[in-house]
Every structure is written in C-alpha cells, then in structure tokens.
Write a protein that binds this ligand. Structure first.
Ligand code: NAD
Length: 498
C-alpha cells in the first residue's frame, strides 16, 4: 500500500472531500512511492476560509512576536535540512547536495523576513500643514496564495511564505503535485516554530485547485512560479478576478563568452550552470553564445567536462547529476535532442543512451551538447528544461547582445570577460532581469528581488526583497490634524497645505 499525502489545514493533516489523487514517483527507481490528494474547488474553499479566520488574529500579532516565530522557524529549518533534502531528492531526483543548497537559499529569505519590524517601518512628515502630520504604513493584504513548480519544492515556496507571513498575512501554498512532501515538512516546521494554526496551509492539487485559488473571493494575492503558458493563464485569471498577481514563467538563459575570457573558468561555469540539477532550473544556462575566435576551443572544453559528469541516483554523494523528474519529462527532453539533430545542429555529446547500473527504470538522460545551433531552430527557441546545452556562434559582441535581446524570455543572463568596460556596457544594454558578470547563475540574495523580464514574468513585482514586502502589503497614508486650542471656523476651499 502506498502512502497518501494529505493537505495541511489548521495545523494538521486534512484529507479533504475529493477522491482524486496523483501518483508520486522516485525518479531514480521509477517506482511509485505514494500518492497525493488533488483538491476540489470545494476543498480549496474550506482551506481559504480557515486561512481567512486565522488572518483575523494573526494580523494583530505584534511585530516582535512574529519575528520570534520566524527566528524559531529558521533554527528548526536548519536542523531539518538533511531530512528535507533527502525528501526532495526522493521525489525530484536532484543530488542531495543540490537539495541542501536549495533549502539554504530558501532559509536566506527567512533570515530577511526576520527583519520585519524594520522592513515595515513607514515614513513620517511633521507639520505638512498647520497642525497637520502625515505618515505612511503598510498593512497585510489578507490571504496570500502561492502556486509553485516541481523544480525547487522548498526554495521557491520560501521566496513567498516567510515574507507574506511576516507581513501579517495568512498563506495558502499549492505546491507541485510531482514532489509534494517537502511542503508537508515545512508545514510541520512552521507549526513547531509556534505559528498559530491556519496561518500557513498547504492544499495539494492540479489545475482545478489552481483555478479555484485564482478566482476565490477570499484570496487577495496570487504568486505563481512555473512555465510561461501557465504563468500567463494564472496572471489573466487572477487579475480578472481582481487580485494582485505576480506570475514568474519559463526561461532561456544565455551565457556570452568574449574572446578575452578565461576559457577554463567559462567552461566550468557553463557545465555547472547547464547540467546542475539536470538542467531543471529556471536559472540554468541553456545557451552558450561563443564569440567566433574562441568557439572551437570553448566547445572542446565544455564537452570534455560534461562527458566526465557522473549520472546516477541523487542520494549517492558520488553522483553529479540525477534523473529527470518524470518519465514523460524525460521523453520530452530526449525528443528535443532528436529534433535538434533533425534541424541540423551538431550533437557533440549525446546523453540519450546513458544507463545507470541497477536502476534500469530510472528517468535517465545524460548531458547533451549541441554546437552550431541557429536561432531559428526549435531547440533554441523553446525552453527544454533538461540537460541539453546549445552553443550558438556569434561573430561579434554586438551580434551576441542582439541575439539575447531578441529572445522572448528575459530571466537570467551572464557575460564572461576580463574587460571591465565591456562588462559595464553589457549590464546597461542587456534586456534581462538578472545579470551575471563572470557569474553564471546570478540569483540575487534574499534582500534583493528575483524576477525576469519579457515572457519570464507577468505582473510587475519581483519576488522577495523589498518588492516582496510591497507585494504582500497595501500602502496607507494617514493625514492627521490636532489643532492648537485656538481653532478656526469652517473652510470650504480645497486643502492646499499652505
Ligand atoms: P508548471 O507550469 O507545469 O507547473 C507549475 C504549477 O502550476 C504547479 O503547481 C502545477 O500544479 C500548476 N499547473 C500546471 N498546469 C496547470 C494548468 N494547466 N492550469 C493551472 N495550473 C497548472 O511548471 P513545472 O513543470 O512544475 O516547473 C517548471 C517550469 O517552471 C519551467 O518552465 C521553469 O522555467 C519554471 N520556473 C520558473 C522560475 C522563475 O523564477 N521564473 C523558477 C522555477 C521554475
């Protein structure tokens, strides 16, 4: 009998009323390890109602008490990192060291949110008119929903809930149905940290639950991270229902290598950022743009390093790369490799036949490297989301920048060079939300905000950092008059603050 993963409501597991479930699989073995409940619209209604009730008291909890719970959550999270990482690896497939890294990056957002008493401080202006003072405050929005993808089952939700909760909201998480266990461990950790019941809920589900959250009148804001098609759908549906929405979509991240770059450093970076987590990262490098004089040399160095990567069970610390998340996704990515060959790109490293001894049913795909990819090819245009790196050759720096700026996505981008002037020009003229200079995956620290441009973001607010605090609060400005005992009579003129 397989274990059934339930929702988390009012500080405990809750089965809901829907009998629909989805299988949960270990991608390294291909074996089903459990099933997860898929909420109905009625189930979502129950969860939102419980969250609304919890919000009514949580909003009034003093800032220092909220911060103390966040500090406790941070400590427990650190103590449970190992358990959380192994749970992630068992359902996602990434190597344990990578899973530990995602928990650590998520914890940085918690650390940022611990400063909530300072982050929520407003501004005050004395004597804006005679006897009149003005100040600004930021107040919680109510129930905030988060809908998240499979590829970072701990970190991406933590871009959202620590800040939403710190700001005084109740948070409802709808995690990916492919790796749902991490969110349950996080829910238990919040409860153990002393968070009142109902402030953090988990509702598992698929499109029905997502649409129910996007249209529920009790939900004030929707934060979404996932593929571009669903991001657009969530943005339109929730915005039509009058909600504040931030919807982060897919990506096609380029790394430009100038001829003056250290090619060993660039090749190491391309391999780490291209094949880490089997390429299932929204900030993965999927295109290397090699400026012609160094292209042959760079491709050779990347190929040599990629061919040496150890592919196998993510739970084995000797491996660099685990399996893909599902059999269907493995077939989709392998299909793109077939497409690239048909389109005429040069496959210089083919991972399609990689096998792992003793794990015949795992969803394996080894590193694949294409050279001489053209911008018209589907392997260039589409987000593949697997261990497939494309090299596009560009004659000049200007050609490389044009290529990046014409791409529909605009999440991350990187430049490798030793020339400070070129780097400065690049960061000014490149069109992407996150820019790396000799840094292949420029994910901002928690006190800055994360988000892309173009088809990588619908809405105008990035996640975490100050933009996160703004997203989960509403601004209010108070203007108050306390007159001196000598008061004036009525004045029907328009207030001019003179
Ligand atoms: P996905 O879009 O399939 O799923 C994301 C969420 O949407 C899940 O919770 C899923 O249950 C739900 N969902 C799926 N189909 C839906 C539908 N038709 N209607 C309503 N809801 C639906 O994404 P994924 O495969 O889980 O994750 C990979 C994608 O996420 C990639 O495109 C990747 O680039 C993107 N991603 C982006 C960022 C970023 O910061 N921009 C970060 C991580 C992942």
């Amino acid at each position: 009998m397989v274990a059934t993963i339930s929702h988390w409501v009012d500080g405990k597991r809750w089965d809901g009323t829907s009998s629909r479930t989805a299988p949960v699989t270990n991608p390294a073995t291909g074996a089903a390890t459990g099933e997860v409940r898929l909420a109905s619209t009625a189930d979502v209604d129950v969860v939102v109602q419980r969250a609304t009730a919890a919000f009514e008291t949580w909003r009034d909890v003093p800032l220092n008490r909220r911060a103390r719970i966040l500090f406790a959550f941070r400590e427990l999270l650190e103590a449970r990192t190992d358990a959380l990482a192994h749970a992630i690896t068992a359902e996602h497939g990434k190597v344990v060291a990578d899973a530990m890294g995602e928990v650590a990056r998520g914890a940085e957002v918690v650390e940022f949110a611990c400063g909530i008493p300072t982050l929520l401080a407003g501004r005050y202006s004395e004597q804006v008119a005679s006897g009149v003072d003005t100040w600004s405050v930021r107040q919680p929005v109510g129930v905030a929903a988060g809908i998240t993808p499979f590829n970072f089952p701990a970190m991406v939700p933590m871009w959202m809930h620590p800040i939403a909760i710190a700001c005084g909201n109740a948070f409802v998480l709808k995690p990916s149905e492919r790796d749902p266990s991490a969110s349950m461990l996080v829910a238990e950790t919040w409860a153990d940290a002393g968070l009142p019941e109902g402030v953090f809920s988990v509702v598992h589900g698929d499109a029905e639950a997502v649409d129910a959250l996007c249209t529920h009148p009790g939900v004030a804001t929707v934060s979404f991270v996932g593929s571009t098609a669903v991001a657009r759908h969530v943005y339109e549906t929730a915005a039509n229902a009058g909600k504040r929405v931030q919807a982060l979509g897919g990506a096609k991240n380029h790394m430009i290598v100038l001829p003056d770059a250290d090619l060993d450093v660039a090749a190491d970076a391309a391999v780490s950022a291209g094949y880490g987590s089997a390429g299932e990262r929204c900030m993965a490098i999927s295109v290397v743009v090699a400026i012609e004089p160094v292209a042959d040399d760079l491709v050779a160095r990347i190929r040599e390093r990629a061919a040496a990567l150890a592919v196998g069970d993510g739970a084995d610390p000797g491996n660099d790369m685990g399996p893909l998340v599902t059999a269907a996704h493995r077939e989709r990515v392998a299909g793109y490799v077939d497409t690239g060959v048909d389109e005429g790109a040069q496959l210089v490293l083919d991972g399609r036949d990689v096998a792992v001894a003793g794990l015949d049913d795992g969803f394996w795909l080894g590193p694949c490297l294409f050279d001489r990819v053209e911008p018209s090819m589907r392997i260039y245009r589409d987000e593949i989301f697997g261990p497939v790196l494309s090299v596009v050759r560009a004659p000049t720096y200007e050609d490389a920048v044009r290529l990046v700026n014409e791409n529909a996505y605009g999440n991350g981008v990187a430049l490798f060079t030793r020339d400070g002037g070129a780097a400065r020009r690049f960061q000014r003229e490149i069109e992407a939300g996150m820019v790396g200079i000799n840094v292949p995956i420029p994910v901002p620290m928690a006190y800055y905000s994360f988000g892309g441009w173009g088809q990588s973001l619908f809405g105008d607010t990035h996640v975490h950092g100050l933009e996160g605090v703004h997203f989960y609060t509403r601004g209010k400005v108070v203007t108050a008059r306390w007159s001196d005992p000598a008061t004036r009579g009525p004045d029907l003129g328009f207030p001019t603050n003179r």
